[in-house]
Design a protein around this ligand. Structure first.
Ligand SMILES: Cc1cc2nc3c(=O)[nH]c(=O)nc-3n(C[C@H](O)[C@H](O)[C@H](O)COP(=O)(O)OP(=O)(O)OC[C@H]3O[C@@H](n4cnc5c(N)ncnc54)[C@H](O)[C@@H]3O)c2cc1C
Length: 353
């Protein structure tokens, strides 16, 4: 084998694993993102660091550099229910940051003993004796093969590792669409929008560095139409959009069964969103990417004799927690339950007019 471990994808999950693995392993890590500049793949994301992700940072002894933070930091989420026409304000202690800078910063923390390939696309993972052959395309579109004993799929919602190796473990995917506008709303704010007529997931808006970012997750069929329809409805609610400066799209995993969380087998491991580790109720996924990478790094560093079985066992609490988010999502996306929750005014904070 050329390498002990091949990591496919360097988002929060892959970069964290590459940082935490023992230097005694020979590791290769590849990602389709460009290392510098504004070109190449950027992950569409709200760029909000939730409490659980902050806890992972505490455990991993990491502090966020000021250079990746965005302005302003907002502590309330205005929640709109377009069916019942209720609006509520909930306090949240998110840290708002620039997602692309965040990814590049996490990548920059990978130690030098790891071979990191940027601007590199993984095309295939094939079983060979004693391990796997990984085929990737470099920036000049030239194909290369390497072999590794372990392969880690950290390649996100549309994971090529999951699709190629586990075609029977497909998971529900929605299309996430985000548009950026010049901020024209009188007060920067975050919002969370429920509208069963356009999506049975949810939509959101975030004010960041003079931009107003509006996004939502939609069933693949008619995703664009439903996105535009929702914008129209929100204009009537006082949202100010204007001309879009940028439109971003990507697939997002939207788990709805316990078996959607799949961790791999036979020396292949799935971490982060590739494993289905994302909250169905909020689409928050950075904490689960960091947590699953940390769990796997400990198992591999300990050279556990049955690493797949151990990883499956050790991620059980995480999967149970994520299953509770599926149940929470079912309540939040059911108009009657949502109306009752919001009408109760529990945790709602009144704003001074
Ligand atoms: C619109 C949107 C908004 C979101 N907002 C938030 C938020 O505010 N807060 C939050 O916590 N979570 C949010 N999430 C979820 C969060 O972005 C993901 O759960 C998280 O990024 C998962 O991390 P990951 O490392 O598993 O995967 P990713 O971040 O998706 O990283 C996968 C990496 O793999 C690389 N890759 C993919 N395929 C290949 C390939 N074939 N070859 C080589 N490289 C490849 C990509 O370049 C990427 O760097 C949001 C998701 C969406 C879609």
């Amino acid at each position: 084998m050329d390498y002990d471990i091949a990591i496919i994808g360097l988002g929060p999950a892959g970069s964290t694993l590459a940082r935490l693995l023992s230097s005694s392993f020979k590791v290769i890590a590849l990602d389709k993102k460009h290392q510098t500049g504004d070109e190449g793949f950027h992950k569409p994301c709200g760029g909000l660091l939730a409490d659980d992700a902050q806890k992972a940072f505490v455990r991993q002894n990491l502090n966020l550099p000021k250079s990746i933070l965005t302005d302003p930091q907002i502590f309330s989420v205005k929640t709109f229910d377009l069916q019942s026409k209720l609006v509520r304000n909930y306090q949240r202690s998110y840290v708002s940051f620039d997602r692309h800078k965040f990814d590049l910063w996490l990548k920059s923390l990978i130690p030098e003993n790891v071979t990191v390939l940027h601007n590199t696309l993984c095309k295939e993972v094939r079983r060979v004796i004693d391990g796997y052959q990984v085929t990737y395309q470099d920036e000049n579109k030239v194909e290369h093969n390497i072999t590794a004993q372990y392969v880690v799929g950290a390649d996100g919602a549309n994971s090529v590792v999951r699709r190629m190796r586990y075609p029977n473990h497909s998971i529900r995917q929605y299309v996430a669409i985000q548009q950026w506008f010049a901020e024209k709303n009188p007060h920067p704010f975050y919002s969370c929008i429920f509208d069963n007529a356009t999506t049975n997931c949810y939509a959101w808006s975030i004010s960041k560095d003079g931009y107003f970012i509006f996004g939502g997750a939609f069933a693949k069929k008619e995703a664009n139409e439903h996105f535009e329809l929702l914008k129209e409805k929100l204009t009537q609610q006082g949202f100010v959009f204007g001309e879009p400066l940028k439109t971003e799209k990507c697939l997002v995993v939207y788990p709805n069964r316990f078996r959607d969380f799949y961790t791999g087998n036979e020396n292949i491991f799935l971490i982060g969103e590739a494993a289905g580790f994302i909250s169905a109720s909020s689409l928050e996924g950075i904490s689960y990417a960091l947590d699953s990478a940390e769990i796997l790094s400990k198992i591999l560093n300990d050279r556990h004799p049955k690493p797949n079985k151990r990883y499956y066992q050790k991620t059980m609490p995480l999967r149970i927690k994520l299953y509770s988010k599926i149940i929470k999502a079912k309540f939040l996306t059911t108009p009657l339950w949502r109306k009752l929750i919001m009408a109760s005014k529990i945790q709602h904070i009144n704003t001074i007019k």
